[in-house]
Design a protein around this ligand. Structure first.
Ligand SMILES: [Zn+2]
Ligand SMILES: [Zn+2]
Ligand SMILES: [Zn+2]
Length: 122
């Protein structure tokens, strides 16, 4: 078996919190200017499970566009866990957005933009 990456599936790793940009404070100062980031709890980092990919719905920002809300697809982390091998979501073409409802995540990929490719059965 050829190991193409060093990623160990299922391993939890720490990544910078996308919602607050690693600052640990709420990016919009809600409910208070000194409020801790609700996504990372003020730590500036969040834990995600390998293998992860940038969230397509928020483009890795962790925020919903035009709203002061955490991205519904990645919960503000900016990355989402998608098993490998994976492919572009056929329903949204990788945008992570529902074709008719731009504000809503694609129901096929849950806003991830990628879906796990069906594994070959042996
Ligand atoms: Zn944060
Ligand atoms: Zn997102
Ligand atoms: Zn999709």
């Amino acid at each position: 078996m050829a190991a193409k990456t060093a990623v160990r599936e299922g391993e939890w790793v720490a990544v910078q919190c996308a919602y607050c940009g690693g600052r640990g404070k709420d990016p919009f100062g809600v409910p208070h200017p000194k409020s801790n980031c609700a996504v990372c709890g003020g730590r500036g980092v969040v834990r995600v499970q390998e293998p992860y990919a940038p969230c397509a719905f928020c483009r890795g920002t962790g925020k919903q566009s035009m709203r002061r809300l955490t991205c519904t697809a990645c919960k503000g982390k900016g990355v989402v866990t998608v098993p490998e091998p994976r492919g572009i979501c056929p329903a949204c073409g990788g945008s992570g957005r529902a074709p008719m409802e731009y504000d809503l995540p694609c129901t096929t990929c849950s806003g991830k933009g990628v879906v796990a490719a069906s594994k070959h059965k042996t």
